[in-house]
Design a protein around this ligand. Structure first.
Ligand SMILES: Nc1ncnc2c1ncn2[C@@H]1O[C@H](COP(=O)(O)OP(=O)(O)OP(=O)(O)O)[C@@H](O)[C@H]1O
Ligand SMILES: [Zn+2]
Length: 658
């Protein structure tokens, strides 16, 4: 959600546009003059027809000579004695009536020289040769005509181009002239031009805000870091679902960092003309280096940074995007780690990004933003309630409870909508009813986009996730759980975070315990509600794949034995032919089903044995939306760590598994 007027501020670099507009007028003036001259030149001669030439001019022997030009045109010169017959006496010089303009006086368009000669011959039959009309052949460059033929389309093209450019957006340093086309359209927030957003406007993103602030530190006090041998990152990327405040954070940074801040959107690089994107990138970095230390913020970087492979069947702008991306990579590789330029980017489609962008030396620092939990939503509500004129104390905590799955942007929207509703009702202040109506309206809108979770759904998700948590807590070989949440992320409705342990070897037991943990969500639904939902699709898919791997790849299964149908060369096309016989296939299927079934039953047993804890955890989740390891410990007691030798990754958070 790119938004708010701060984005539209000019940066005070406007005078550039002066010159081109003068040039423009000159160009138009020149065209008019050329056109007039051309017409005047042509008007000096009068078009005539062969009939007139034959009946009038030739019969009276009035023609002095004929010039055939370029084989297309016959220019006729009339004898001076016939001057009175010439239709444009008025152009004769005054007081000099006998002299006429030098001619040619008439022109005749001829089809071909041969026909013309033949007709001329026929018309002059019987005329003595010395009295016959003299015919001269000439090749003349009709430079003016040619010029017109070339200039006119060119002129129209330029007009069209300029028209396009105006459409392409005239904001920012670049702007609307032909000459700035390849220039970057980045907006510069500098001493004079500050973004008005501050970190106080950002709620509930403590960790992300900290990391963003750190980036500013890198720029301002690079020596603190480099003296210890650390390399300062060149690129930082914020990844998170729409409306979670990525742009907001960047703006806060622009507002508070005491360094110049260039801001632009990735889509601004991409134009329909090839090469423009790359040259804009070049220009952007040139400007940035001049202003170093500074920050370059590229919003929606996925619009240029899409994986080069993945868009193969997209339109023709493919090449253009690719060259833009390549230029960006080149620029980022090009500058020194301590050049004082840090590129900050934002995306909500990190999955689409070209892996090359995320490699060390480019955007190697990742800041993850998530949808806010209930406490964070309360804080965001407080920020957005602040500017409103409220009638009574509106309970931010209550509103937060009503808005599971809402993003920061959705919350901002609720507050604004409430104020709009109050205004429509001609109230002086916004009251509770307005908020209720605003919520209804926005929930209805979001429901269409299936972004809203109903209370019943929330309950199911809580029990489902609690099921995962309880079972993985109880099974020794499952990676330790650090966090469970029922805040939707991507396609999944809840998530559990595990700290992945670094095992080189994973035992058959570990595999089957993991299966149980994966299936525990559905088991929990069955036990609690007597019915299961579609929410476990992802779990089932992963569990099935894993069970298949156990049987067909790792040879864990007694019936199949130590046989692997794995193909490390990757050349086997399993879609066309299975590497095993039909009978073996049947056995594999049966064994996969058995493994899944057993794992599921174990999960159910465990949950039934720990029914109270399961309910307690689910209710806690419903209330807090996120629970951490500590909460699990209070409910379930300390977990006995199975493998003391296993190293724990330094990773902040493991991969989310649902
Ligand atoms: N943590 C937050 N605190 C306060 N307001 C927020 C927060 N997150 C989002 N908002 C509100 O939502 C608006 C939109 O957020 P923003 O544009 O930063 O989202 P985004 O993550 O950049 O989304 P997108 O990926 O769609 O561009 C902000 O201008 C702000 O009003
Ligand atoms: Zn699940």
């Amino acid at each position: 959600m790119a938004d708010t007027p701060a984005h539209k501020e000019p940066n005070g670099k406007t005078p550039r546009t002066q010159m081109p507009s003068i040039l423009n007028y000159l160009m138009i003036l020149g065209m008019i003059i050329l056109f007039l001259v051309y017409n005047a030149n042509n008007a000096a001669q009068q078009e005539t027809s062969w009939l007139d030439v034959e009946r009038q001019m030739l019969s009276q022997q009035a023609i002095e000579r004929i010039e055939v030009v370029n084989g297309q045109e016959a220019n006729i010169y009339i004898k001076e004695t016939f001057a009175d017959e010439i239709p444009f006496k008025e152009v004769m010089k005054p007081g000099d009536s006998k002299s006429v303009l030098p001619g040619p006086h008439y022109t005749l368009t001829i089809g071909s020289v041969e026909t013309f000669e033949r007709k001329l011959e026929e018309a002059q039959q019987g005329v003595p040769v010395e009295k016959q009309v003299e015919v001269i052949y000439k090749n003349r460059d009709n430079w003016l005509g040619n010029l017109m033929v070339w200039l006119l389309p060119l002129f129209l093209l330029i007009l069209f181009w300029r028209y396009l450019l105006r459409g392409a957006g005239s904001a920012g340093a670049g702007g609307s002239s032909v000459f700035n086309f390849g220039k970057s359209k980045a907006m510069l927030f500098d001493e004079g031009q500050k973004s008005k957003v501050t970190f106080a406007d950002v709620a509930g993103l403590e960790e992300a805000a900290m990391e963003v602030k750190e980036v500013v530190d890198f720029l301002k006090n690079p020596d603190d870091f480099t003296k210890l041998g650390a390399k300062i990152p060149k690129g930082v990327i914020m990844i998170g679902p729409p409306g979670t405040g990525k742009t907001l954070l960047a703006k806060a940074m622009a507002g508070e960092a005491q360094v110049p801040f260039f801001s632009l959107s990735g889509s601004e690089f991409v134009e329909m003309f090839v090469g423009v994107g790359a040259s804009r990138v070049r220009d952007l970095f040139k400007q940035a280096k001049e202003k170093a230390p500074c920050i370059v913020f590229i919003d929606e970087i996925d619009s240029i940074g899409r994986s080069r492979g993945k868009q193969a069947f997209y339109s023709g702008s493919n090449d253009e995007r690719e060259s833009t991306l390549n230029q960006l990579l080149t620029e980022m590789d090009g500058f020194e780690t301590n050049s004082g330029v840090i590129v900050l980017a934002a995306t909500n489609r990190a999955d689409l990004l070209d892996p090359a962008l995320l490699r060390p030396g480019r955007f190697d620092r990742h800041i993850y933003l998530e949808l806010p939990n209930i406490r964070e939503r309360e804080e965001i509500f407080k920020v957005h309630l602040r500017p409103l004129k409220l009638n009574e104390t509106i309970d931010a905590a209550y509103l937060a409870g009503q808005t599971p799955g809402f993003s920061g942007a959705d919350i901002a929207n609720v507050c604004n909508e409430a104020a709009l509703i109050a205004a429509r009702r001609k109230k002086d202040r916004v009251d509770k009813q307005d908020f209720h109506d605003a919520l209804d309206r926005i929930v209805a809108g979001l429901e269409k986009k299936s972004k809203v979770i109903s209370p019943e759904e929330k309950k199911i998700i809580a029990y489902h996730e609690a099921g995962h948590a309880i079972v993985s807590w109880l099974l020794k070989h499952v990676d330790p759980l650090i966090k469970v949440s029922i805040i939707p992320r991507g396609k999944t409705l809840g998530a559990a975070w595990y700290l992945p342990e670094e095992h080189q070897l994973k035992s058959a037991t570990a595999f089957s315990e993991h299966l149980s943990a994966m299936l525990a969500g559905r088991a929990a639904e069955e036990i609690t509600f007597g019915e299961v939902t579609s929410g476990a699709l992802d779990d089932l898919e992963k569990a099935t794949k894993e069970a298949y791997m156990m049987v067909a790849y790792y040879g864990f299964d007694k019936k199949i034995g130590n046989i692997s149908f794995y193909d490390s060369s990757g050349q086997q096309d399993t879609r066309l032919s299975k590497p095993y016989s039909e009978e073996t296939g049947k056995v594999i299927d049966a064994e996969v089903i058995r493994l899944i079934h057993e794992a599921y039953e174990r999960a159910k047993d465990l949950l039934l044995q720990h029914r109270d804890e399961h309910v307690k955890l689910a209710e806690l989740l419903l209330q807090k939306e996120v629970v951490f390891k500590e909460d699990l410990e209070t409910i379930l007691g300390k977990r006995i760590c199975p493998a003391p030798e296993s190293k724990i990754l330094p990773a902040k958070e493991g991969k989310a598994k649902v």
